[in-house]
Ligand binder design. Structure first.
Ligand SMILES: Cc1cc2nc3c(=O)[nH]c(=O)nc-3n(C[C@H](O)[C@H](O)[C@H](O)COP(=O)(O)O)c2cc1C
Length: 178
């Protein structure tokens, strides 16, 4: 597959087959994904891999922190972490607002790199940003600092069928020649 085919065919995957994904392979993909633009080489990312086996432990830790999980959050939590693996892309909040925006953009490029590389290997992904990722209780349960941001939870796993890509507005309709 050429890069343009990989970009055009990568899609958010909802349904995963019940099969483990080798964390070693995912770390190899992340090792390529980090060749992403980032200002002043701050490399503002880190990653937490959460195997489906650890879902209940994470949920219990979350409950221990917040007392009770809001029903909507619990539903989202259960759905997201039903994937064979979830990767949390984490960055440190930056005291400088402009640097923080740059860092957020840089982490976003790593996420996309990762999803494209995974797709190239036949592995499905989906980007999730449920409201609970902002909760200190969720951050504590995940073992990260409250001075860090969960940029995204990426569901990862093999799938029987990649959905058809959603159509995009052709870029030429959004182009202005200045
Ligand atoms: C920053 C960001 C946050 C997202 N958060 C969610 C989310 O919380 N839930 C969800 O279902 N999809 C989420 N998505 C995925 C988009 O809905 C999805 O990429 C979009 O519908 C295009 O579909 P595709 O990925 O199949 O091309 C998010 C995507 C981005 C870039």
């Amino acid at each position: 597959m050429n890069l343009n085919e990989i970009i055009r065919n990568r899609v958010s995957v909802k349904n995963y087959v019940n099969e483990k994904v080798d964390p070693k392979l995912l770390i190899e993909l992340l090792d390529d994904a980090v060749y992403a633009p980032n200002h002043k080489m701050r490399e503002p990312w880190r990653f937490i891999l959460i195997d489906q086996d650890r879902k209940d432990a994470l949920k219990q830790a979350f409950i221990n922190q917040v007392g009770v999980i809001d029903a909507k959050d619990e539903d989202k939590f259960d759905t997201i972490f039903s994937a064979p693996m979830v990767i949390a892309f984490i960055m440190k909040l930056n005291k400088n607002y402009n640097d923080e925006i740059e860092d957020l953009q840089a982490v976003g490029t790593v996420v996309q790199n990762f999803m494209l590389l995974a797709y190239e290997k036949g592995i499905g992904t989906a980007w999730k940003t449920p409201a609970f990722i902002e909760l200190d209780g969720f951050k504590e349960a995940l073992g990260i600092g409250t001075d860090e941001l969960v940029v995204s939870l990426i569901r990862v796993g093999k799938t029987d069928k990649f959905p058809a890509p959603k159509k995009r507005v052709p870029a030429k309709e959004r182009v202005t020649m200045y």
